[in-house]
Design a protein around this ligand. Structure first.
Ligand code: HEC
Length: 118
C-alpha cells in the first residue's frame, strides 16, 4: 500500500479553503451585526420622513467609524431606548459632524425599532 503524506499542494489547498470559509463567516457576521438596508427599514424610515439614502449613509458611517475603537457593536444589542442613551456619547467619541450623527442615528434607531417589534 502506498503511504499518503500530505503534499505541499494539499496543505496549500486546505489553507485556502479554510481562509475562504473564514472570510465568508466573517462577512455574514458583519451583515447580521450591522444589517444591510432593506425594504422594511426603508418603509419604516419613510414613515418618519427619512429615506433610503439617509439609511445607507448611516450604515456606511457605522461600518467606517463605529469599529475603530472596539468591535462594531451589533445593532441588536440594545433596544431603541438603549441606543438613544448611548449614541450621543459615541457621536462625540467618533467626532461625527451633526449631519453624520443624524444619518447614523436614523439608521441605528430604524433598525432597532424594527427589532423591538419582533
Ligand atoms: C474613539 C473611540 C471610539 C469610537 C470611535 C466609538 N466608540 Fe463606542 N466605545 C468606546 C469606549 C471607550 C467605550 C467604553 C464605554 C464608554 O466610554 O462609554 C465604548 C462603548 C460603546 C458601547 C457600549 C456602551 C455602554 O455604555 O455600555 C456601544 C454600544 C458603543 N460604544 C457603540 C459605538 C458606536 C455606535 C460608535 C460609532 C458612532 C462608536 N461606539 C464609536 C470608544 C469608541
Amino acid at each position: 500500500m502506498k503511504r499518503e503524506i500530505m503534499s505541499g499542494r494539499t496543505i496549500k489547498t486546505i489553507i485556502l479553503a479554510l481562509s475562504a470559509t473564514l472570510v465568508v463567516v466573517g462577512c455574514a457576521g458583519m451583515a447580521s451585526r450591522v444589517p444591510p438596508v432593506d425594504e422594511a427599514q426603508v418603509a419604516a424610515a419613510e414613515s418618519k420622513g427619512l429615506n433610503r439614502t439617509t439609511l445607507e449613509r448611516g450604515r456606511v458611517i457605522y461600518l467606517r467609524d463605529c469599529g475603530r475603537c472596539h468591535t462594531p457593536v451589533s445593532v441588536s444589542t440594545y433596544d431603541e431606548q438603549g441606543w438613544r442613551e448611548i449614541l450621543p456619547k459615541m457621536y462625540e467619541k467618533a467626532y461625527l459632524s451633526s449631519q453624520e450623527s443624524a444619518d447614523l442615528g436614523a439608521y441605528v434607531l430604524t433598525v432597532s425599532r424594527l427589532q423591538d417589534r419582533r
